[in-house]
Design a protein around this ligand. Structure first.
Ligand code: AR6
Length: 208
């Protein structure tokens, strides 16, 4: 079934980003869900209306994991842009569950949405904080004419959120919160993340 989905996708969008594996689902009547295993810094659909999401921290000054990879690929102007955001409290430019948006700089995408997921073991209710991070990222697309968005597995690395739980929260939240988007993508770096998202998506949506 996965290869069927992949073939169809290539016919419809020959330029489309392909991870090592990819799969396509019907998220809603008007929006597709695409899963890829790969590197989110390489992802683009349409350099005018697309955005990737960064799993950042509250300081918004870079870090390890996907945040480090995005800053390296985007170049030093990204850090300069992040510094421009006002601090809402001591050292904090983007509280857990909220989002900020910048240009893509040296990345092939038009925008980078920086959001902060919960540290799994530090929050009383990590699920609602993770859902907030996804919702905030989707909300900020509306003022910016973004039609295509790609998420990493927010909180699933350094912040310790289990992949299976995060897949369920992210997919249901995205389904219930998309507005004008045409496609929502997830770019999963590691095999266990890819497997968790694929299994949950197969449970929730029709593969096409
Ligand atoms: N493309 C897609 N996914 C990636 C990539 C990549 N290039 N690199 C790593 N991942 P993490 P968090 C996956 O730790 O848990 C940073 O230091 C990774 O395998 O990047 O939200 C920030 O500054 C994992 O599945 O983010 C914060 O301090 C997922 O991305 C803190 O880490 C998220 O892992 C945030 O921790």
């Amino acid at each position: 079934a996965m290869f069927g989905g992949q073939r169809k996708q290539e016919e419809a969008h020959p330029q489309r980003y392909q991870g090592k594996e990819s799969a396509c689902f019907k998220l809603t009547e008007t929006c597709l869900l695409l899963l890829h295993r790969g590197d989110i810094t390489k992802w683009t659909v349409d350099g005018h209306t697309d955005a990737i999401v960064n799993a950042a921290n509250e300081r918004l000054l870079g870090g390890g994991g996907v945040d480090g990879a995005i800053h390296r690929a985007a170049g030093p102007d990204l850090l300069k842009a992040c510094r421009q955001f006002p601090k809402v409290s001591r050292g904090i430019r983007c509280p857990v569950g909220s989002a900020r948006i910048t240009r893509g700089f040296n990345l092939p995408v038009s925008r980078i949405i920086h959001t902060v997921g919960p540290v799994y073991d530090m929050e009383e209710d990590p699920e609602s904080k993770l859902a907030d991070a996804y919702r905030s990222s989707l909300n900020i697309t509306r003022e910016n004419e973004v039609k295509y968005i790609a998420f990493p597995a927010i909180s699933c690395g350094i912040y310790g959120y289990p992949y299976e739980e995060a897949a369920a929260v992210s997919l249901t939240t995205v389904r219930d919160s998309i507005k004008d988007l045409k496609e929502v993508h997830f770019v999963l770096f590691e095999m266990p993340a890819w497997e968790a998202w694929l299994e949950k998506a197969n449970e929730l949506f029709e593969q096409i």
